[in-house]
Write a protein that binds this ligand. Structure first.
Ligand code: DX5
Ligand code: ZN
Length: 230
């Protein structure tokens, strides 16, 4: 199965909780991944930050390769970097299944999204809370996935911004089922329900997963909340 298809199939796992590895224990990556596999998460969310596009630095290619070596789970790679077009091929070779670039990092996302598709990964486009959907509308037909940020990108543990919910509704109205919709930032037991109701299918969760010891229990609680009617 193609890498792109592995990501598209996540729709069948909705509500899919993707742990944001930004907040994992980097000293014990193998056991962190094993515990998340045991918790039956459908994919891992990897936050790549360059210290320029966002005011924080995390990790790059070597850690994506390390996660690839540790698991067969799909890797959802969120590039918070400038000039992502220069990097997507290397992130593909490192093992990414989905490569998401930021609308704010490029003049025109379409050529980079096409490049990602040609490589064979799912093409994702992220928008910040203060970026209007109109900015990405011309590129939506090149997207497999749209990532609505519900915090300003850069750090875990921030407060959820409900502006993302309106964006998700707008994107769904424009695209129907032709894109997967992912939400990232401040997802927890109190915010996941409204996000699911707005139309999000994939939920990136950092603190809500990693602040407890029992990852299965954390993930199951989020799934249960997401499924409840508002
Ligand atoms: C923020 C990252 C998120 C974040 C999620 O720039 O993209 O993935 O770490 O962490 P929480 O769930 O704690 O907001
Ligand atoms: Zn992220």
């Amino acid at each position: 199965m193609s890498r792109r298809q592995r990501i598209l199939d996540l729709r069948n796992r909705a509500p899919a909780i993707l742990p944001s590895m930004l907040l994992c224990d980097y000293g014990n990556l193998a056991s962190e991944v094993a515990r998340l596999e045991a918790a039956d998460v459908p994919a891992l969310h990897l936050d790549v930050m360059d210290g320029h596009f966002v005011p924080n630095m995390t990790y790059g290619l070597p850690l994506v390769e390390a996660f690839r070596a540790l698991t067969d789970m799909p890797l959802d790679v969120h590039l918070m970097i400038e000039e992502p077009g220069k990097w997507v091929e290397r992130y593909y070779k490192a093992g990414s299944d989905c490569i998401t670039i930021h609308a704010e990092a490029v003049d025109d996302p379409a050529p980079v999204l096409e490049q990602i598709t040609q490589l064979g990964a799912a093409a994702g486009l992220a928008i910040n809370p203060d970026t209007p959907v109109a900015k990405i509308e011309p590129s939506l037909d090149k997207c497999d996935l749209v990532l609505a940020m519900s915090v300003q990108p850069g750090f875990g543990g921030q407060k959820f911004n409900p502006i993302a919910l309106d964006k998700i509704r707008e994107i769904r109205a424009l695209c129907g089922e032709s894109v997967l919709i992912e939400i990232d930032g401040g997802i927890n037991a109190s915010t996941i329900q409204a996000s699911a109701e707005a139309g999000a299918e994939l939920f990136d969760a950092g603190s809500a997963v990693f602040s407890g010891d029992d990852y299965s229990e954390r993930v199951e609680a989020l799934v249960a909340e997401a499924a409840l009617p508002l």
